[in-house]
Design a protein around this ligand. Structure first.
Ligand code: FES
Length: 108
């Protein structure tokens, strides 16, 4: 069963951007890159630093602390990252961005 929770207005994620949100007590790093939106747990799986301070280049997300990298679409490691990045399902609807917090985190 899915449970979609509103994160923000679509207009809060314009351009290529990474922002931190708290949705139902879960802290998320939400990324807009290349017109798509992706949502990850806020904390980097390396040393728990916030991914919201990271950088995006094309489809690559880079943690700003020790430069681990992942593919945004797949969550797979593309650099030195020793683990892949789990994602939440995301949809844009009625001017809002929604995440499904009830669905198990997954890789694509
Ligand atoms: S805390 Fe993110 S790469 Fe180290």
């Amino acid at each position: 069963m899915s449970t979609w929770q509103r994160v923000c207005d679509v207009t809060a994620l314009e351009g290529n951007v990474i922002k931190e949100f708290d949705v139902e007590g879960k802290k998320l790093a939400v990324v807009r890159a290349g017109g798509e939106v992706f949502a990850f747990p806020l904390r980097c799986p390396h040393m728990d630093e916030p991914l919201s301070t990271g950088m995006c280049d094309g489809e690559t997300l880079t943690c700003s602390f020790h430069l681990w990298q992942w593919n945004l679409k797949s969550g797979k490691s593309t650099g030195d990252a020793e683990v892949d990045l789990l994602k939440y399902p995301v949809k844009e609807e009625s001017g809002g961005v929604f995440v499904d917090l009830a669905t198990e985190l997954r890789y694509d």
